[in-house]
Design a protein around this ligand. Structure first.
Ligand code: 2RA
Length: 329
């Protein structure tokens, strides 16, 4: 399989390369792609060195699959050009997610909707991915009416500059700023820009993407997304109201059986998911499973995942694995 990684020098792009190697994806030829500025840089992959090329040069090489993590404008410009050259694109940006002609895929939830006609496939937002992996089996069993989610998101979701700002602040160094405020010893209740209804784009992504991925617009979602000074992954407090009642042990059993989910729920021994434990792992970790005692048929959960892996790179590679396994590429 000839595989292009577009944005190969960025945080997520580098993680895509790492995940492709770890999961032994059948790469026969790797094509690392980055901006003109990075052209010629050497990338290590499976013990070999590969030179970074531009998007136009990569298109000419006609890759079978192109995994994108290079921002919305690059995806908007180049994904169609790759597709025209016969490449299947899996894109991590928000460019195509809400396009009605494009599929928005989390393999454990809705990979079965993919067909050979899908040439540009959208990877959802990281905070959405980890939530829907958990919502899906519970929705199938108890039918979700409403979701209230508050997130506690890693600075790695912003990128290299944000990680540097956190480290600089901890070291007492005055460096470049990714945020308008200090992030160390602080939390910032804004991720991405505000829109006219007072929500941020990140919150609207969680709301709109969830309905699309779950294939059910009746699910009402509201979100508050917050940046916190950690690097291991995103954490989410999720309150779910169902149409039907549930049994807590059955909930734990359903989640334990869900592909890609690990239940860590032993409060008596202070066992619950935390970003430090989720870091560098591909699973979604769920704990603090308990009934919301203020309302019937309502459940509280705590969900943690590495946003660079299951929230981005691993999910994209898993989409590619599904395409290969089902002979869609
Ligand atoms: C963030 N989910 O965490 C957004 C984009 N990666 O900043």
């Amino acid at each position: 399989m000839k595989v292009a990684v577009v944005g190969a020098t960025g945080l997520v792009g580098s993680m895509i390369l790492k995940v492709l190697e770890e999961r032994n994806f059948p790469v026969t030829e790797l094509i690392p792609v980055a901006s003109e500025r990075s052209k010629g840089k050497e990338i290590s992959f499976k013990g070999n060195k590969f030179k970074v090329v531009t998007a136009d040069e990569a298109i000419a090489l006609k890759p079978d699959i192109a995994l994108f993590s290079a921002g919305g404008s690059t995806s908007t410009e180049f994904a169609p050009k790759f597709a025209e050259a016969g490449t299947i694109v899996v894109d991590n940006s928000s460019a195509w997610r809400m396009d009605p002609t494009k599929k928005l895929i989390v393999p454990e939830v809705n990979a079965s909707v993919l067909t050979a006609d899908d040439r540009i496939i959208a990877n959802p937002n990281c905070s959405t991915i980890q939530m829907v992996v958990v919502l899906k089996p519970l929705h199938d069993k108890y039918k979700i009416k409403r979701v209230v989610v508050s997130t506690y998101q890693s600075v790695t979701g912003t990128g290299v500059k944000a990680v540097a700002q956190l480290n600089d602040e901890r070291a007492g160094i005055e460096g470049e700023k990714a945020y308008p405020y200090k992030i160390d010893l602080n939390v910032i209740p804004q991720i991405d820009v505000f829109v006219e209804n007072g929500y941020t784009k990140e919150e609207m992504k969680m709301i709109q993407e969830t309905n699309k991925i779950m294939g059910d617009d009746s699910i009402r979602v509201t979100a508050t997304t917050v940046r916190i000074p950690v690097i291991g992954g995103h954490s989410e407090s999720i309150n779910i109201e169902f149409e039907n009642d549930f049994d807590l042990n059955e909930v734990r059993s359903i989640l334990s059986k869900q592909s890609g989910v690990v239940v860590v729920d032993d409060p008596a021994n202070q066992k619950y998911p935390m970003p430090l434990d989720a870091h560098e792992k591909d699973e979604v970790f769920v704990g603090r499973i308990r009934r919301d005692e203020t309302q019937d048929n309502t459940l509280n959960l705590w969900v943690v995942a590495d946003n660079l892996r299951k929230g981005a790179a691993t999910n994209a590679v898993q989409v590619a694995e599904y395409l290969v396994k089902n002979k869609l590429v």
